[in-house]
Design a protein around this ligand. Sequence first.
Ligand SMILES: [Ca+2]
Length: 236
Amino acid sequence: MRKWAWYSMALVAVSSVFADQFQIPIYRDAEKIFWEKLYEKGGWTLYCGERFDSRSSIVIEHVYPMTWAREHLQCQSEKQCRQENAQYNRIESDLHNLYPAMERISQARADYRFDLISGEYRDFFECDFEHDAHDKLVEPRPAARGNVARAIFYMHTEYGLPLDANMLEVLKQWNKQDDPSKDEIRRNDLIEKLQGTRNVFIDDPSKGDGIGAAVPTESTAEPTTESQSDSEEIGI
Ligand SMILES: [Ca+2]
């Protein structure tokens, strides 16, 4: 039905126990809060772990791309979506989905899906960020993978946004392999203060295992202890 053939959805029925963020109604406000509150003292970029103290060549990355949200909401353009769809504005402004990224890396990511890419060829020499323009895939460094997974899990459950089934399985592995770092936990706490909602997958990564399950299995969920993040890098 859609032009994106790959978009074979694993859209599961999402319970509405989560409340959307309502405190940041438009993206212009989110941008201001992002720079002035969330990254007031700078930070590290998501995909490359680059330290930054100013906004120079750093942009705000929507980990769950807004093109996917527009497709789901069936509004045609960024302008139209912003003008006509309040839900779109809340989605676009949700800080849990926003991370700093180097501009050229964000441009290369575009709205490619996350996946493992065979080989270790890097287009961005100093940065462990692999990019497959043919299949439209990207593979971020290990320390970013859990952050990416939990941001996307959150957007999927919070707003009912669709998830590609293959990507979901990859993200579940990444969620297990890269535990929340102190900085990711601190960020979650700060975002709760700024917009009033938490990312529950950072509080309890084992919740990610239940996404996409045909039948909820809360009584059989076991805590995940299988892996420690083996290459946690500073900052994220
Ligand atoms: Ca991490």
